[in-house]
Ligand binder design. Structure first.
Ligand code: KIV
Length: 278
């Protein structure tokens, strides 16, 4: 058995529901999460057995070519979320509430989340912030909308945080982040993402809260892991240090496009087998 062998999993649920995440934490089974922004990738990740598909507002950087997530709108998120939720047979689909769609208060957050839930078929939403977002999390939870929190490096606050930097270093910052995690839990969140947090702090928060922690750049002790799929699959030249590239799909795709172009130019494609006769 390898040093990284997972505990014997309980029978995998046919459809992942909110309570399965809590049960996974209780059993010490890791939760797997990947971003997805369309039906094609959602179908592939769902078939691979990924537990949670996150329609992240990273769609702004990854798919729309923005340098931050700040320009992303609810109108951007809805078609993506509808495609992912429509394609997923098993995975729990969570949708990010984008910057500017919930910070004004619980009423704004509820209006946005209700619109997202009604028009996409997703199972819940994610929003950033600890104590500052607790009232919003409570309002959504009270309305029956599952909420995932997001602490540590929160990309929607990248201007205030000075760019993508590790958060929670030092005793005071660690205490603040831990209090935020407890506030997110007490407001009713079903899980919390910890992004770019020292592994010792992520481990401590994971012990401290009852809800599952999902790490990204937060070490191995969290209850689950999430990656942006294009980082995980090697679609770009550069990936953040915390990501591991499990394939080099960008290179494979470029090679396929070059081969196609060569064959079109040489006349090798289309041929008799890919053409119709009268
Ligand atoms: O938008 C996103 O992809 C995210 C993950 C990085 C957690 O929030």
């Amino acid at each position: 058995m390898s040093a990284h062998a997972a505990p014997e999993p309980a029978a995998r649920p046919k459809r992942v529901r909110v309570h399965h995440l809590a049960e996974a934490k209780a059993r010490g089974e890791k939760i797997t999460m990947l971003t997805a922004y369309d039906a094609v990738t959602a179908r592939i990740f769902d078939a691979a057995g990924i537990d949670v598909l996150l329609v992240g507002d990273s769609i702004g950087n990854v798919m729309h070519g923005h340098t931050t997530t700040l320009p992303v709108t609810v109108d951007d998120m809805i078609p993506a979320a509808r495609a992912v939720a429509g394609a997923a047979q098993r995975a729990l689909v969570i949708v990010d509430l984008p910057f500017g769609s919930y910070e004004a208060g619980p009423e704004q957050a509820l209006a946005t989340a209700v619109r997202v839930m009604k028009s996409t078929g997703a199972a819940g939403v994610k929003l950033e912030g600890g104590r500052r977002s607790a009232a919003q999390i409570r309002a959504l939870t009270d309305a029956g909308i599952p909420v995932v929190g997001h602490l540590g490096y929160t990309p929607q606050s990248e201007n205030a945080l000075g760019g993508p930097r590790v958060q929670g270093r030092g005793d005071d910052a660690a205490a603040t982040l831990t209090e935020d995690a407890v506030a997110v839990q007490d407001a009713g969140a079903i899980a919390v993402v910890l992004e770019m947090v020292p592994l010792e702090l992520a481990a401590r928060v994971t012990e401290e809260v009852r809800i599952p922690t999902i790490g990204i750049g937060a070490g191995a002790a969290t209850d689950g892991q999430v990656l942006v799929w294009t980082d995980m699959a090697g679609m770009t030249d550069w990936s953040p240090r915390f990501a591991r590239r499990y394939a080099e799909l960008g290179r494979v795709l470029q090679q396929a496009a070059e081969d196609y172009a060569d064959e079109v130019r040489s006349g090798a494609f289309p041929d008799a087998g890919t053409s119709f006769e009268r």
